[in-house]
Structures are given as C-alpha cells and as structure tokens.
Design a protein around this ligand. Structure first.
Ligand SMILES: [Zn+2]
Length: 256
C-alpha cells in the first residue's frame, strides 16, 4: 500500500475513535496528523520508503539500522511485538517529557520531540502537503505540541497519553492496510513468519494499481470526511448558528 494511503488510514483510525477519547478542536486536528504520521511508521524498516526519506540521510541511515535489526522489510515492524515495543517507547518518551514539564532537565523533551518531529513531517510528506516546506511545518507542529503539552493529554480511562495512543493506532492501521494487500503481515514474527491477511486472496489490493488509486484512496478520504463531520460538525454549525443569532445586533449599513 502507498505511503499516502497508510497515512490516510492512520487519520481515519483517529477520527473514528476521537469521540471515545473526548478529543476536540485543535487537539483533534493535531492528533489526526500525528496518527497519519504513525500510519507510515512501520515502513521505517525500508530505506526507500516515504518515512525513511523524511530527513534525508539521517532517517535513511536510521531506516537501514531498523531494517537490519527487525529482520528486513515487513518483518519485525509489521508484527504485534513491534507495535508493542514502539508503543512502550512512546509511553517512555511521554513520561520523560512529563518529568521535564515538572521542572526536570530540558533534554527529557528530546525523545518525544524526535518522535513528534519525525511523525508530523512524515505525515506531511506522505500526504504531499507543503511540498519542500512540509518538514518545516512538521517540526513547527511538533514544537507547538511539546510546548502546549497536548501529546501528554491522558485520553483513555487508563490514563494513556495521546502520544502513545496516536502511535499505536497509526501502526495498527498500517498493519491492517498491509493485510488488505497480497503481502499480508507476519503478526506473530519472530515466532512465526506466517503472513496474515484480512481479505480473501481474489479481492486483495495490489499496491499503486487502479483499485488503490480509484477505490481505496477515495474511500479513505470519504471516511475521514464523514468522521470529521460527526466529530466536529456540530461545533462548526453551532458557530454558524451563534453568528446568525448575533449578526442582527451588529451595526449594519442600515444603522448609519
Ligand atoms: Zn508496510
């Protein structure tokens, strides 16, 4: 599956669960982009992938190391163990960041900053937003999120920070996407190399072919639009209604 559709599937996953997490407004927008970035994260095991090219040779070299450690492309990072390890790392990064906010040393912000900078920039790159400035947008959004502490919001009854929720959701959406292609995912790697699929073989998607461009991408965009309308539409229409109610009292041309 293309990086673009993996990013869209991450965004779709967050918009779908946003009401359960009570995330709205600017926080919702930031979390959707962050989960889109996490949607391309498992392909950090492939030096030529969208996310591996985010910061040139820096992320390229990191991807090469991940490729070696995780057993190759679509192995460790596409398994449940891989998702659990990255989720644990993002939980650790968030608790370090929380320590720094409570007057700890500034360098405790670094792990969360690196994750956020990488994921936001990868999201903009995968979705072709911002062109050459996409990386700068990504880093700026990461800095804003750290400054505001939005990624530390405890968004589940189990008090899991937003950063870990977005990273885990995005990675799971990626695995689900790859399981709809002919390749499947080795969910139980390294115990087993069996590649699990979600669809019967005849209807599995071939990456970058007509079905992905003309069916999968439009469906993902329509799903995101529908969920965003459900999540944020009432707030938008409330503003319009409020504006409509306020406007007669504003001085118009007839008052002059
Ligand atoms: Zn993949």
């Amino acid at each position: 599956m293309l990086g673009r559709d993996h990013a869209l599937s991450g965004a779709l996953a967050f918009t779908a669960v946003a009401p359960l997490l009570h995330v709205t407004g600017a926080r919702l927008a930031a979390a959707v982009v962050l989960t889109a970035g996490a949607g391309v994260l498992p392909d950090i095991d492939e030096p030529g992938s969208t996310i591996a090219r985010t910061f040139g040779f820096l992320t390229g070299a990191f991807a090469w190391i991940v490729h070696k450690i995780s057993g190759g492309h679509r192995k460790g990072t596409h398994s449940l163990l891989g998702v659990a390890l990255v989720a644990a790392a993002s939980l650790g990064a968030a608790s370090w960041q929380a320590g720094a906010r409570a007057s700890g040393p500034w360098w405790h912000l670094v792990p969360a900053g690196l994750i956020l900078g990488l994921l936001f920039s990868a999201a903009f790159r995968a979705l072709n937003i911002g062109g050459h400035h996409g990386d700068a947008f990504g880093l700026a959004l990461a800095a804003l999120m750290i400054w505001k502490g939005w990624d530390l919001d405890l968004v589940t009854p189990r008090h899991v920070p937003m950063l870990a929720v977005c990273v885990t959701l995005g990675m799971l959406a990626h695995l689900a996407g790859d399981m709809c292609t002919h390749d499947g995912c080795p969910l139980l790697y390294p115990l087993s190399r069996y590649e699990f699929g979600l669809l019967p073989a005849p209807v599995r998607i071939t990456t970058s072919k007509v079905a992905e461009h003309w069916i999968v991408t439009p469906l993902l965009i329509a799903g995101i639009a529908w969920f965003l309308w459900r999540d944020a539409g009432s707030a938008l229409t409330a503003h319009v209604h409020l504006a409509g109610r306020l406007s007669p009292s504003l001085p118009g041309p007839s008052c002059r």
